[in-house]
Design a protein around this ligand. Structure first.
Ligand code: ADP
Length: 359
């Protein structure tokens, strides 16, 4: 790697040529650069700084830094650069706009006078992703620990003598099996979600007979529906097609219909339908269950978000089903949405473009 200054001198570039090139580079970079003079007034800034800080504050040149950015650490760092020639790196948080910057502050000399420059790296997105990653890890650990604790407790009980207790040992083994299966399902869903999210799966989209697909899913879930006396209604016209990857479509609809059965009222119904609007197909899954209140509704597609964590676990949920549906719908160039009336039921709708999705 050669430094720009070396590159200019190796190529014998004259000051006259290199200066506009450097200016151009400075105006093109995404990082904001602000130069402050001895009186802490802004002397110059690049385009990125103007876009980041001037929209609200008007022109930057001539303003005091404190009028533009109110942050004590930032001012102290600039003061030390100006007075003591100190180089520093600080974190800057602009609370109102929820922005975060890593700022590098250093002294620079312009026409023999002391100035200081601050380079602002916007780390808002990186921080946000890091927070999501940490939350995800902590959720996974928590979700795995619960069944694991239960398995260990029942194994200990059996070891302590319950193995000889003819009345209860089979029941304890059943609990162990149930919890192990839950961990298995959870790990399967986590792996599935991470593959889908990485975008590494290739869709094999073609015309799929939706009526037949829904019938097949109903057959697979009929046992569960029967247990709760839930009527499964396929309102998709015979011979109706949608353009999708058959396996992924089945996965999306299975998750939605399974939820519609699980969260339904006893003797309720699940109705699957298809409507077409503006070159788009909308597959709806409507239930007659407890519904979802408005505050939960907007978070329902987040990973591990559940309106009732304990209940979801009890009925075998992982909290990842809807996140998987969301990512699969998007992979198809579509979306998933929900509307709900608490006490009456919910309708989930998968929107799919009728044309071939971009891949
Ligand atoms: P889970 O494994 O818990 O079903 P999902 O991601 O599929 O995870 O769903 C997340 C949560 O959304 C559920 O725990 C439940 O609180 C709510 N939910 C999903 N579908 C329905 C529905 N049809 N009716 C009411 N609540 C639902």
């Amino acid at each position: 790697m050669s430094l720009l200054s070396d590159w200019f001198s190796n190529n014998k570039t004259s000051e006259k040529t290199s200066r506009p090139v450097l200016n151009e580079i400075l105006e093109t970079i995404r990082e904001s650069a602000i130069v402050v003079g001895r009186d802490t007034r802004i002397v110059a800034c690049n385009k990125a700084a103007y876009n980041a800080f001037a929209r609200k504050n008007g022109e930057l040149e001539g303003k005091r830094l404190s009028e533009v950015i109110r942050d004590l650490h930032l001012h102290e760092a600039f003061r030390q650069a100006l007075e003591d020639g100190k180089i520093s790196d600080i974190e800057l948080e602009i609370l109102l706009e929820k922005l975060k910057y890593d700022v590098h502050i250093a002294p620079i000399e312009i026409d023999k006078s002391k100035n200081a420059v601050g380079i602002f790296y916007d780390v808002t997105q990186i921080e946000r992703l890091e927070k999501v990653r940490q939350e995800f890890l902590s959720n996974i650990s928590h979700e795995l620990r619960t069944p694991l604790t239960s398995i260990l407790a029942f194994v200990e009980t059996l070891e302590d003598g319950a193995i000889k207790d003819e009345e209860n040992n089979q029941r304890f083994l059943g609990v162990i099996r149930k919890n192990a299966q839950r961990m298995h399902r959870l790990i399967d869903d986590i792996l599935e979600l991470s593959i889908i999210e990485s975008g590494k799966i290739a869709l094999d989209a073609k015309n799929v007979n939706l009526h037949n697909s829904v019938d097949e899913i109903f057959t697979n879930l009929s046992g569960k529906a029967k247990e709760r006396k839930i009527k499964l209604v396929n309102e998709v016209a015979e011979g109706a097609f949608v353009f999708a990857d058959a396996v992924r479509l089945e996965q999306m609809l299975t998750n939605l219909i399974d939820n519609a059965v699980k969260f339904n009222a006893e003797k309720g119904s699940v109705v699957v339908g298809l409507t077409r609007k503006n070159d788009k197909d909308f597959i709806s899954v409507a239930d007659t269950g407890e519904g979802i209140s408005a505050d939960h509704l907007q978070r329902i597609f987040e990973r591990f978000y559940r309106t009732d964590r304990a209940r979801s676990r009890e009925i075998g949920g992982t909290g990842l089903g809807l996140a998987i549906v969301k990512h699969l719908a998007r992979l198809h160039g579509g979306e998933v949405s929900v509307s709900s009336t608490p006490g009456k039921g919910s309708t989930f709708s998968v929107e799919l473009p009728q044309i071939s999705p971009k891949s």
